[in-house]
Design a protein around this ligand. Structure first.
Ligand SMILES: Nc1ncnc2c1ncn2[C@@H]1O[C@H](COP(=O)(O)OP(=O)(O)O)[C@@H](O)[C@H]1O
Ligand SMILES: [Mg+2]
Length: 397
């Protein structure tokens, strides 16, 4: 066989492989995908409710005996089990009757602006989606009304909510339909409730990748409103329903990411503590800075209330990583969250079945492993919550 034949046979093999794979995947999806079998959220134990709300376990019991709280399901051993919705109802009772009532509903008060937080970095695999979903869920459980926006055409965040974007949103139903220049849909038609109380989703799908070329075209032909305003206008339509919007960005600095950044009130940049990742982040910041400067010349100053950095997938026993983390702290000072997200098999294993560490039933994981990662992720969320509260002019201890 000469080289040419050889090449042809390799390309024929690849084509045949691709055809076989996509056929098999198709069949697999048709079999395993049942639209009616949606995800459901597990129930929470009293100790978890106490941790989430700050109500002590004994107070929780007393208030139940007094009939102040809604009656909830009990397990075989008579222990109470709470749905996320019931936890929220308890918050509402406490807000009316508890001491320091307002702390039980920590979201916006009159005059407070919606907080829109973009999770960014152009490095793939730097934990953007993982951070977006965990923060969204944690804040929903903490009593905030959260909208998660998936701005990545790869739609990993949407998948984490139990959707199959390649089937369910192949034609329509994503944030693209609201963002597109030709016959855009209202934001309300795109946003959907999820199985997680107080957490809604604007999903993504592959169609969203069209937004890049369409924006380039729209700029040339001066189609309004420009990308710099499109998402902000959409969020305005639904802002009354939420306290926080958390946007998962794609791993490039294109129009899609810029659209998210320009609708944001604050940014959270995830970084893994390795030389290559930090170098890549520096490049991202450099390019983002340049782009923002150019845009500011055209549209006036962009003012974010905060720009924070978060170390992710941190392994404390890895010496070079610890050195890199120290180096980042020495340069970024208070811009970097002091708590990192630890690298943990609980996070990656849970993700394999589209779950987070909050969805895992405590019995599904080794207790010590779960406790360790919960402490880390909760620590990050609690620390970042102070930044959010500070943006509303409130100090939390
Ligand atoms: N702290 C962590 N510990 C272990 N695995 C993680 C952690 N954070 C993310 N991962 C895993 O790394 C992969 C990439 O993370 P992801 O959040 O999708 O990154 P990005 O959105 O930046 O591309 C996923 O498989 C995810 O489950
Ligand atoms: Mg991602």
């Amino acid at each position: 066989m000469n080289d040419r034949d050889n090449l042809r046979s390799i390309s024929a093999t690849i084509a045949a492989d691709a055809a076989r794979l996509s056929e098999a995947l198709d069949a697999h999806m048709r079999n395993s995908f049942q639209p009616e079998s949606r995800k459901a959220l597990r129930k929470f134990q009293p100790a978890e409710v106490a941790e989430l709300t700050g109500i002590s376990m004994s107070n929780l019991r007393t208030r139940h005996q007094d009939g102040d709280f809604p009656e909830v399901e009990t397990d075989a051993r008579g222990r109470r089990l709470y749905s996320a919705e019931e936890i929220y109802q308890i918050r509402q009772v406490m807000a009316k009757t508890g001491r320091n009532g307002e702390t039980y509903l920590p979201g916006r008060r009159e005059g407070d602006a919606l907080q829109v937080i973009s999770i960014v970095n152009f490095k793939g695999g730097s934990s953007k989606t993982t951070t977006a979903i965990h923060l969204s869920q944690r804040y929903a459980l903490r009593g905030y009304r959260v909208l998660a926006v998936d701005m990545d055409p790869q739609a990993s965040l949407t998948t984490m909510f139990g959707y199959r974007p390649e089937i369910e949103f192949a034609e329509s139903g994503t944030i693209y339909d609201a963002l597109r220049y030709d016959d855009p849909q209202p934001m309300r038609d795109v946003v959907r409730k999820t199985y997680f109380h107080n957490l809604d989703l604007a999903p993504a799908g592959l169609m969203l990748s069209e937004y890049e070329t369409e924006t380039a075209y729209a700029l040339q032909h001066k189609i309004d409103p420009p990308f710099t305003q499109r998402l902000a206008i959409l969020l305005d339509e639904v802002q009354a329903d939420y306290d926080l919007v958390i946007i998962d960005c794609p791993p490039q600095l294109g129009f899609t990411t810029m659209t998210a950044l320009l609708a944001s009130t604050g940014l959270l940049i995830t970084v893994m503590p390795s030389m290559l990742d930090v170098a890549s982040m520096a490049q991202f910041l450099d390019m983002a800075g340049e782009t923002v400067r150019t845009l500011e010349e055209a549209t006036g100053p962009i003012d974010w209330s905060f720009l924070k950095f978060l170390i992710t997938r941190f392994e404390p026993t890895d010496v070079p990583q610890s050195q890199m983390a120290g180096f980042l702290r020495s340069i970024l000072l208070d811009q970097i969250l002091t708590t990192p997200v630890l690298k943990s098999t609980a996070i990656s294993d849970a993700a394999m079945t589209q779950q987070t560490i909050y969805e895992l039933a405590p019995s599904q994981v080794v207790r010590k492993t779960l406790d360790r990662v919960l402490e880390s992720v909760n620590g990050v969320a609690d620390e970042f919550e102070k930044t959010i509260q500070a943006a509303w002019g409130r100090e939390v201890d």
